[in-house]
Design a protein around this ligand. Structure first.
Ligand code: ACM
Length: 448
């Protein structure tokens, strides 16, 4: 099974299950459950609604791959067993960058289903960057009307100089995003939106040039862009309005403000937006560079991506932390050093590397998230290849207790879980390397 439960006791025999479940309270940890399959039927004892949801996911896992099809069988055979389970971390996340390449709404909804099947509970949506603005803004419509469209992008790695010449883009309406939030909530997933300030903002500057230190079009390139937002009062005010609209769409407590790689940026910008979010009753969430922005409001959550040291610094300052060190959980990085890896970038991050990741366990470490940056992932098919099966290993890291055993995981993965991904139609990377149609031999990468 993925993830591995805290305990699994197999009894004698099997029972036919046609969907009837008795649900009772459970005196266990949050999101926890006890699932009992016996000849008397299936009983779920659940600590809360999420616990019941995860117990039902486990029933699905026990039911065989056909249970993951769009039309599952009306009855299945379950092993007699008792499963007792709860997650290791409260924040079990995945970030999807929908800014570099827009992910159509139906694909995003599908990803919600895929996260839920892996008992992940946070979808961090990176909605804006130099290359695209994906949030419909009623007050400043040029943000999505102009900022949503990228005229071209690099053909593979930027150091090779080629361009695709292919325009692309799109944005989500506020109604689309409300739908996403509601769809995710039914699956016990919180969607955390991020509008990145004051760097990574050239799509906004393309729409409203007065916002930028310098004018500039939507970035066809990528990397760290020296052109950041001005830190003057009118620009901060503009963004207060934008965040206000965001808060109307996303009811969750945590709201992302980015803060990463803002070379020409001013820490005051981050602080002011963070203060605004706190005044509106929310918790700011920023990449670890926000620690350099000066004192942040109490309650700010820090995403530690440049290793875990930044997260440890954040803990010392009393912040809650989400670990996402790039050397372990940047799933856009290449999965092997084989020359057939499509657009190989970053350091080698194998399935085993992800599985071996041990987030620092400390009181204020809320959990961890895997990050999917999409400069080189321009479609749901490319996203599937990068995400799976490494995201399955990540799901174990954040759900299951350590120590973990890679061989045992790999046996469960190949014997049970990859057939489920097949039934779901996930175009994962085979453990032996890409299918021929998953390679991109003429698109240059830049391995580190
Ligand atoms: C990041 O990778 N710039 C957070």
């Amino acid at each position: 099974m993925v993830p591995r439960p805290v305990s699994f006791e197999r009894g004698e025999g099997e029972v036919v299950f046609a969907g009837d479940v008795e649900v009772r309270p459970y005196d266990g940890p949050p999101e926890g459950y006890r699932l009992t399959v016996s000849t008397d039927g299936v009983v779920i004892e659940a600590a809360d609604e999420a616990g019941e949801f995860y117990a039902r996911q486990t029933v699905r896992q026990l039911s065989g791959p056909a249970a993951f099809r769009a039309v599952p069988p009306s009855s299945v055979t379950l092993p007699v067993c008792v499963v007792e389970d709860h997650p290791r971390f409260a924040w079990r996340g995945c970030m999807i960058d929908v800014a570099r390449h827009f992910l159509p709404k139906h694909d995003l909804l599908r990803y919600v289903d895929l996260l839920a099947a892996h008992k992940l509970n946070v979808l961090h949506l990176h909605l804006t960057d130099d290359q695209g603005w994906r949030f419909e803004c009623k007050r400043y419509p040029r943000l999505h009307e102009v900022g949503g469209w990228r005229p071209s992008s690099r053909h593979g790695d930027r150091r090779h100089g080629g361009m695709t010449g292919r325009p692309h883009g799109g944005y989500y309406t506020q109604d689309d995003l409300r739908e996403l939030v509601a769809y995710a909530a039914r699956r016990h997933i919180t969607v955390i939106p991020e509008i990145d300030v004051p760097g990574h903002s050239q799509a906004a500057v393309a729409a409203y040039p007065e916002l930028g230190v310098e004018a500039g079009g939507i970035w066809t390139d990528w990397g760290v862009n020296p052109n950041a937002l001005k830190a003057d009062e009118s620009t901060v005010d503009f963004y207060r309005h934008v965040f206000d609209e965001l808060l109307d769409v996303f009811p969750g407590e945590v709201i992302g403000l980015g803060g990463d790689e803002a070379e020409g940026g001013d820490g005051r910008f981050v602080r002011r937006i963070a203060q605004h979010l706190v005044r509106r009753g929310r918790r700011p969430f920023g990449w670890d560079e926000v620690l350099d922005a000066g004192p942040l409001p109490v309650g700010t959550i820090v995403a530690s991506w440049r290793g875990e040291d930044a997260g440890l610094r954040a803990l010392e300052r009393g912040h809650d932390v989400v670990m996402c060190p790039e050397e372990h959980v940047y799933l856009d990085y290449r999965q092997s050093d084989h020359p057939d890896e499509p657009i190989p970038v970053g350091t080698v991050t194998t399935l085993a590397d992800v599985h071996a990741y041990e987030p620092k366990a400390a009181d204020r470490v809320l959990g961890a998230q895997a990050n999917l940056w999409t400069e080189h992932l321009d479609s749901a098919r490319r996203l599937d290849y990068a995400a799976f099966p490494r995201l399955c290993a990540f799901a174990e890291v954040v759900w299951s207790p350590s120590p973990r055993d890679l061989d045992e995981f790999t046996r469960r993965l190949t014997g049970h879980h990859l057939p489920r991904l097949d039934a779901l139609g996930v175009e994962y990377r085979p453990l032996t390397g890409p299918h021929p149609w998953q390679t991109l031999p003429l698109v240059p990468g830049h391995p580190r």
